[in-house]
Design a protein around this ligand. Structure first.
Ligand code: FAD
Length: 426
């Protein structure tokens, strides 16, 4: 087994694998360490979620070759999000007529005629990432393996595994999720706060076509999202108080379907759950810093947020793209990949953006997840008002499609295509 790498990525989840692929495509020698067996992560029962992938993030997936696995002509696992309807209401009642409607046609030029984003089931994305990373000769998978130690000096960073094996690299990337062990090993603290909610996730089939419209209905206990998958299918993210979510998880199938229908209404005809239910406790968690000696945090290990705006994975992709670009620049300028300057550049590029989005999601969630009458009226007016102001609508649409801010080349769709990267098995 290889033990020396340019970059070691600890955590082969959605973000870690994307970062590994981006760096491998740029010609770096990458090791990916994951605690789980790769095949277990591909099991249908591993993750029932689907993710809204912003247009810019999907461009990155094209540049990395991942989209080629997801979309093969008409056979696609990426459902276009053409429009988004945000409204406020109560279960069993029609939504407020004051709502906010985003239409991709309005930002056609900025988006090159693309939709606002794509819905991709996590299991499909994970499968595509496994295919691409395994096809890359620059990536070595070390899994399942448990990290027991980490140290860094002026020369290298070293990771010790529980079988005694020592791996070394110029830079170690902690991408091991919201409960990151690497974050603890690196001595980085977090700021976390609860939101007293859980998200129930499932997939439904419906009689009528959704036409690529994503619905986010704000109910007093939290957002209820109907997100368009391929075909006549939608991914549901139903946010509740923990007690109500636990109770909903225990309902039999018929009761559960009837509770869904009460919130859904009948605009898509009859709705049938076609997948198991998953339940995710929600909270916010943000690392106090993203860096320590020869070490960076990315993805949920750095920032785990509420799914209210479907941004967690997108933020992680922006981390991965920024990191790859900093490493490419460092190599061009002859800098050590793990040097302090690179670490600082990464934190400067990503922390402000992630902090802003984390707090924006928290504020929106607090504002919308309650039944306090004055707030309810104010937010309905707010939705109606933003809907009437075209520049405000356009700003939010560009933000949703990931077009705002200082975008690294990958998010603009530019591949590195370094000659030392080979993926001939694709
Ligand atoms: C209900 C819900 C809906 C969501 N919807 C969206 C959406 O629509 N759009 C969006 O952008 N985001 C969404 N998100 C957020 C998104 O799912 C996460 O941001 C994303 O999955 C984070 O990926 P990650 O790779 O950072 O972490 P993870 O997916 O948690 O991966 C961590 C990896 O590290 C491995 N690991 C863990 N511990 C160790 C260890 N000690 N050593 C080695 N490896 C380890 C794990 O096996 C795993 O492979 C949603 C989240 C929820 C809860």
């Amino acid at each position: 087994m290889k033990t020396e790498f340019d970059v070691l990525v600890i955590g082969g989840g959605l973000v870690g694998l994307t970062a590994a692929l981006a760096c491998a495509q740029a010609g770096f020698k990458i090791g990916v360490v994951d605690i789980a067996k790769p095949n277990d992560q591909l099991d249908e029962t591993h993750d029932g979620r689907a993710s809204a992938i912003a247009t810019a993030s999907f461009r990155m997936m094209r540049a990395l070759g991942v989209a080629d696995v997801l979309v093969k002509g008409d056979d696609t696992h990426a459902g276009a999000i053409n429009q988004i309807l945000i409204s406020d209401g109560e279960a069993g009642q029609a939504p407020s007529p004051l709502n906010l409607f985003f239409d991709s046609a309005e930002i056609e030029d900025a988006n090159d005629g693309e939709p606002l984003g794509y819905m991709v089931e996590n299991r499909r994305m994970r499968h595509a990432l496994h295919i691409c990373t395994k096809a890359s000769k620059n990536i070595t998978w070390i899994a399942p393996a448990r990290v027991t130690g980490f140290n860094a000096d002026t020369d290298k960073a070293r990771i010790t595994l529980d079988d005694g094996c020592v791996l070394s690299a110029d830079l170690v990337v902690g991408a091991d999720g919201r409960n990151s062990f690497m974050r603890k090993l690196a001595g980085i603290g977090v700021i976390d706060w609860p939101c007293n909610q859980k998200a129930i996730v499932t997939t439904v089939e419906h009689d009528l076509p959704h036409n690529g419209i994503a619905h986010e209905l704000f109910l007093p206990s939290g957002p209820f999202a109907i997100l368009p998958l391929t075909g006549n299918r939608a991914s549901i993210v139903w946010t509740e108080t923990p007690a109500a979510a636990d109770a909903a998880m225990k309902l039999d199938d018929a009761q559960f379907a009837s509770e869904l229908a009460r919130r859904f209404g009948d605009f898509l005809g009859e709705v049938r759950p076609i997948a198991p239910r998953w339940c995710y406790p929600l909270s916010f968690r943000h690392a106090k810093t993203y860096i320590s000696d020869r070490f960076v945090l990315i993805g949920d290990a750095a920032h785990a947020i509420h799914p209210i705006a479907g941004q967690g994975f997108n933020m992680g992709l922006r981390d991965a793209a920024a990191l790859a670009e900093i490493l490419v620049q460092a190599r061009a300028e002859g800098r050590d990949l793990g040097c302090e300057l690179n670490l600082n550049l990464f934190e400067e590029w990503r922390k402000f953006d992630n902090t802003l989005l984390t707090h924006a999601c928290d504020v929106f969630n607090r504002l919308f997840s309650n039944n306090f009458a004055p707030l309810k009226h104010a937010r309905r007016l707010g939705l109606g008002l933003v809907d009437k102001i075209a520049p405000a609508r356009s700003f939010f649409m560009r933000e949703a499609s990931g077009q705002i801010g200082d975008l690294p080349p990958l998010l603009r769709g530019q591949a590195y295509n370094n000659t030392s990267y080979e993926s001939d098995a694709l």
